[in-house]
Design a protein around this ligand. Structure first.
Ligand code: FSO
Ligand code: SF4
Length: 550
C-alpha cells in the first residue's frame, strides 16, 4: 500500500516516512489522514462559496478545525476514527451543497473532485486514500508550499480549538482556514501566490495565538511566577498530558475531595502558573518530562493517564489499560472520554474510580521548577529587565522555545543551554524546555536565567515581550533587540509559530535540529534569503554566532 508523510521533524531519513511512521502511525491511518485533509479542502471550497454570498458555515467551521487538529503528529492513531470522519465529511458536504443549491449558486460542473467524489463502500475510501496524498501534487515547489500552508493551518486549528473550548472564536480565522485550504486545490496558483498565502497564514496565526492568550488569561487569570513540585505524594494520582486546560479544570473539579491527586505531564506543566488552576490543592505537581519519554514514565506513574491532545506515543502493555484519550486524540483499544454536552462538563468518573484502585506514583525525581513568565509577568518586571540590559548585566536573550523530540541530536539544546555565558537569559515555551529546565542555571540579579512563558502556543507571549521591549528601548526594528532565536521544532504547531514570527518581522531565526523535510530546495532558499532563516551547527559555533556577535 505504502504511505508518504513528511510533516514532522522526525520524518524517516530526514525525507519522509514511507513504510511506517517513526511516530508509530501505520500506512492505513496515514493514507486516511490524507483523504480526510482532501475532503476538508472540499468542505472549505463550498464553505467559501457560501460565505461569498453571505451565508454562515458554523458546522463546517468547527468540523474543519477538529479535522485538521486530529491529523497533527501524535494525536490520533485510530483508523476507525478517520474512516468515520471521512464518512461524516460526505454527509456534511451534501448539506453544504444543498444550502448552495437552495441559494441558486450550485454549479456542479465547476466543482472540484474533492467536492464531487463519492465512495460506495469502505474499500472505495481506502483506494481513494492512496490517490490524494502529498505526492499527488507533482511540482516539487508547489507541493512544498501547499504542505507548508496545510501544516500551518493544522497548528492554527489546534490553537483555535483550545480557544473555542473556552468560548472564544474569531470568524476571520475560520474564513481564512477555508480560503487557504481551498487554495491548495487550485492549480492556477503560482509559487508567488502560494508564498504570499504562506505569509498570510502567519498573520492569521498571530490572530489565533492572541485569541487563545485572551481565552486562557480571561478564563484562568494571568500566569504568575510559580514553583512546581516534581516529586510525588502519597495519594493515588491521575496524570494529565496535552494542552487542554479546560479538561484539566473539569478533572480538578471532579476529583476535589476524592483523595485522588492530579499531576501534570509535559505540555500541561504551565497549568500550575494560572491562579484559577493552581488554587486546587490536589493539583499536586508535574511528573516526568517531555512527551517522548512517556513509555518509561507512564509505567512508573501507576495511575490512569489522560491524553487531552498530542503528543501521544503508542502505549506499551505496561500501562495501555490505564490510558484514556479524549477530544481529537485516539488510539485503538484506549478508553475514550466523550465530549461535553453544551454547558456541561466531561464525565471523568470512570477515570477517577480507576485511580482510586491504583497505588500512588513511584517517584522518579525530586525538587522544584519555576515558571510563569508569560508577557504580563515579564512586563511587570520590565523596569528591572531594561535596567539589567542597559547596565550590561544581561547581554542577550536567547529564545529557545519549541518542541522536544527523540533524536539524539537534541542533546545539543542541553549543551547549548549549559554553555551559554552567565549574562544570557533563555526565554522558553513549549516542551523544548525539558532539555534544560532542571539544570539550575541560576539568576541575574533575581531574574532567573530560564524564563518559561508556558506551552508552545505561549510563544506568542515571547513575541509580545520582544515587541514591548523594542518600544521601551526606543528601537525602530525588532531585529535590533539583543535577542537571538534558537528554536527547536517537531510538529505542526511549531510551523504556525514559525510563520507567525516571520509575519511579525523577526529575522535570523534558527530552527533545528534539522530544517523541515517538506521545504523544497527552492522554497528553503526563499526563506533563507528573505528572512535569514537558518539551522543549527555545533554548540561552540552557535554560541559564537548567536551570542558573541551582535
Ligand atoms: Fe510539545 Fe507535542 Fe506543544 Fe507540540 S507536546 S511537541 S509543538 O505537541 O505542541 O510543544
Ligand atoms: Fe513520519 Fe512524522 Fe509523519 Fe509520523 S508524523 S509519519 S514521524 S513524518
Amino acid at each position: 500500500m505504502g504511505m508518504f508523510c513528511y510533516q514532522c521533524q522526525e520524518a524517516a531519513k530526514g525525507t519522509a516516512c514511507t513504510i511506517i511512521g517513526v511516530c508509530g502511525k501505520n500506512q492505513e491511518v496515514s493514507n486516511l489522514q490524507d483523504l480526510l485533509i482532501y475532503q476538508l479542502k472540499g468542505i472549505s471550497l463550498i464553505s467559501n462559496r457560501l460565505r461569498e454570498i453571505g451565508q454562515t458555515t458554523k458546522e463546517a467551521d468547527k468540523f474543519v478545525v477538529d479535522g485538521l487538529f486530529s491529523t497533527i503528529t501524535n494525536a490520533n492513531f485510530d483508523n476507525s476514527y478517520f474512516l468515520d470522519k471521512i464518512k461524516e465529511t460526505l454527509a456534511l458536504r451534501h448539506e453544504l451543497k444543498s444550502q448552495l443549491a437552495k441559494a441558486g449558486e450550485l454549479v456542479e460542473k465547476d466543482l472540484h473532485d474533492a467536492v464531487l467524489w463519492s465512495p460506495k463502500n469502505d474499500q472505495d475510501i481506502l483506494e481513494k486514500s492512496l490517490a490524494v496524498g502529498v505526492l499527488s501534487t507533482k511540482d516539487e515547489d508547489i507541493r512544498s508550499l501547499r504542505e507548508l500552508i496545510v501544516y500551518g493551518l493544522k497548528g492554527m486549528a489546534a490553537y483555535t480549538k483550545h480557544a473555542m473550548v473556552l468560548g472564544y472564536t474569531d470568524d476571520s480565522i475560520f474564513a481564512f482556514i477555508h480560503k487557504a485550504l481551498a487554495a491548495t486545490l487550485d492549480d492556477t496558483l503560482t509559487v508567488e501566490d502560494l508564498t504570499a498565502l504562506t505569509l498570510e497564514t502567519g498573520k492569521v496565526g498571530v490572530t489565533a495565538m492572541a485569541l487563545l492568550d485572551k481565552a486562557n488569561t480571561e478564563a484562568y487569570g494571568n500566569p504568575e511566577i510559580s514553583t512546581v513540585d516534581i516529586g510525588v505524594g502519597n495519594n493515588p494520582g491521575i496524570l494529565v498530558s496535552g494542552h487542554d486546560l479546560k479538561d484539566l479544570e473539569e478533572l480538578l473539579i471532579q476529583t476535589e475531595g476524592t483523595g485522588v491527586d492530579v499531576y501534570t505531564h509535559s505540555e500541561m506543566l504551565p497549568a500550575h502558573y494560572y491562579p484559577r488552576l493552581k488554587k486546587y490543592k490536589h493539583l499536586k505537581g508535574n511528573y516526568g518530562n517531555a512527551w517522548w519519554q512517556q513509555n518509561i514514565e507512564f509505567k512508573s506513574f501507576n495511575g490512569p493517564i489522560l491524553m487531552t491532545t498530542n503528543c501521544l506515543t503508542p502505549p506499551s502493555n505496561s500501562y495501555k489499560d490505564r490510558l484514556y484519550t479524549t477530544s481529537i486524540v485516539g488510539f485503538p483499544g484506549a478508553k475514550h472520554i466523550k465530549n461535553r454536552k453544551e454547558n456541561g462538563q466531561k464525565d471523568f468518573s470512570e477515570i477517577i474510580e480507576h485511580a482510586k484502585k491504583c497505588p500512588p506514583p513511584t517517584p522518579i525525581e525530586s525538587g522544584q521548577i519555576v515558571g510563569g513568565f508569560a508577557h504580563s509577568t515579564v512586563l511587570s518586571l520590565a523596569d528591572k529587565i531594561i535596567e539589567a540590559v542597559k547596565s550590561g548585566a544581561i547581554r542577550k536573550f536567547v529564545v529557545m522555545a519549541g518542541c522536544d523530540g527523540r533524536m539524539k541530536s537534541r542533546e545539543y539544546y542541553t549543551e547549548f543551554a549549559k554553555a551559554l555565558p552567565d549574562d544570557c537569559v533563555i526565554l522558553t515555551a513549549g516542551c523544548a524546555k525539558y532539555r534544560y529546565n532542571k539544570l539550575n542555571l541560576g539568576d541575574i540579579g533575581g531574574i532567573p536565567r530560564v524564563l518559561d512563558a508556558g506551552q508552545c502556543n505561549d510563544s506568542y507571549s515571547l513575541a509580545v515581550i520582544a515587541l514591548k521591549l523594542k518600544e521601551a528601548l526606543g528601537l525602530d526594528d525588532v531585529n535590533k533587540l539583543p535577542i537571538a532565536f534558537n528554536i527547536a521544532w517537531y510538529e505542526q504547531k511549531a510551523v504556525i509559530v514559525l510563520l507567525a514570527l516571520l509575519y511579525l518581522g523577526f529575522k535570523n531565526l534558527h530552527i533545528g535540529p534539522t530544517l523541515p523535510a517538506f521545504l523544497s530546495p527552492n522554497v528553503a532558499k526563499v526563506l533563507i534569503e528573505r528572512f535569514n532563516l537558518g539551522t543549527i551547527t555545533t554548540v561552540d559555533k552557535d554560541i559564537e554566532n548567536f551570542v558573541q556577535i551582535f
